[in-house]
Design a protein. Structure first.
Ligand SMILES: [Zn+2]
Ligand SMILES: [Zn+2]
Length: 345
């Protein structure tokens, strides 16, 4: 199956596949809307400012961020709560209004990330492939354009979700049309352009930054971290170390001070029966860190301080031990940037 505008895409391959300039680079044609929206941000200079526009931008950002985190991530990728077929469709539609490709594409790729996080086959590990590739390069590359339907069979049995996934531009384009029809230039700029660009980068920080900056409370086989700031801009996804330690919970903030807007909304929706069976961590999981030895605690403290040194840095990776001591295969190091120089003919 192929999606709109991605007919030339190749089948998803593990990142250990040999470097191929045809697929390990940005697909300029399909990336054009992404680049254009960034350029259109300058329209803000020509748009009169009113405080209500800021509120509209915030609402546009957080409603869609909720759908991305509660929908794409916690529901479709991890099945951490239950809901009916109608609300499932609404979640998918609103999440797709974020213009982050289709619901099944998103969830299938995310499941792959958990299979070998920061290992040699991880599609977007910042500690192996650097900031730009993990943040945006892999999304825009030709290699990962197709949806691996085998990885998301449980939701691919719903024809309406497959239709949405294949026509992933329908929700964002209809939202854009409504913003312009009802809001004119301010509607375009404050309702669509600015919040969408921020929404992209907000979401992508979880792939690029939350494996590099923050503290590590739990021993996991990856470099995931907890980061308060990232949790605020991503409705709770910044508690990424919690999430990698136990991925199937509807809440990612496990303690009262770990702000998690998406979970608060899910809890609220559960009072009306719109969602149900919200999974939360058992006591022994939540407090697993209390059973760690002093050596393990020291290891986590040292890893928490790594920051930039964990970023595609051989010494940093080695100090993490385990599978990070494995050198990244040569082909992966050959694509440090999303825009490698064109192959010489
Ligand atoms: Zn991760
Ligand atoms: Zn996840």
């Amino acid at each position: 199956m192929t999606g709109i505008g991605v007919d030339q895409g190749v089948t998803e391959a593990p990142t250990t596949a040999p470097y191929d300039p045809k697929v390990d680079r940005i697909n300029l044609a399909t990336s054009l809307p992404f680049l254009t929206f960034h350029l259109m941000s300058v329209l803000v200079v020509f748009t009169p400012f009113e405080w209500k526009y800021l509120l509209i931008a915030l609402a546009s950002y957080y409603v869609r961020m909720f759908a991305v985190t509660a929908g794409y991530h916690r529901y479709f990728s991890h099945r951490s709560f239950k809901t009916g077929r109608v609300f499932q469709f609404i979640l998918a539609w609103v999440a797709q209004m974020s213009a982050q490709k289709g619901v099944l594409w998103w969830a299938a790729h995310h499941r792959h990330h958990h299979k070998d996080s920061d290992g040699v086959t991880d599609i977007h590990s910042p500690v192996r492939r650097g900031f730009w590739w993990s943040h945006i390069g892999w999304v825009l590359s030709k290699r990962y354009e197709k949806t691996n339907y085998d990885a998301i069979k449980d939701f691919a049995r719903f024809p309406e979700l497959v239709w949405l996934n294949e026509h992933y531009l329908v929700p964002p384009l209809s939202a854009l049309a409504l913003a312009v029809i009802f809001g004119g230039l301010p509607g375009l700029v404050w309702g669509a352009v600015i919040p969408t660009v921020l929404l992209w980068h907000g979401t992508f920080t979880i792939n690029s930054l939350s494996h590099v900056f923050g503290s590590r409370r739990y021993l996991t086989t990856d470099t995931s971290r907890n980061n308060f700031l990232l949790a605020l801009i991503t409705c709770g996804e910044g508690w990424h170390n919690n999430h990698h330690f136990h991925m199937n919970t509807a809440n990612q903030g496990w303690f009262w001070w770990q702000i998690d807007f998406s979970y608060y909304v899910l809890k609220f929706l559960s009072w009306f029966g719109i969602v149900s069976d919200l999974k939360t961590p058992k006591h022994e999981i939540k407090y697993a860190f209390e059973t760690y030895t002093d050596a393990q605690k020291a290891e986590l403290a040292a890893q928490s301080k790594l920051g930039f040194n964990a970023w595609n840095d051989a010494a940093g990776l080695k100090s993490l031990g385990g599978k990070y001591a494995t050198p990244t295969p040569e082909p992966m190091l050959a694509i440090p940037s999303p825009m490698p120089a064109p192959a010489k003919s």
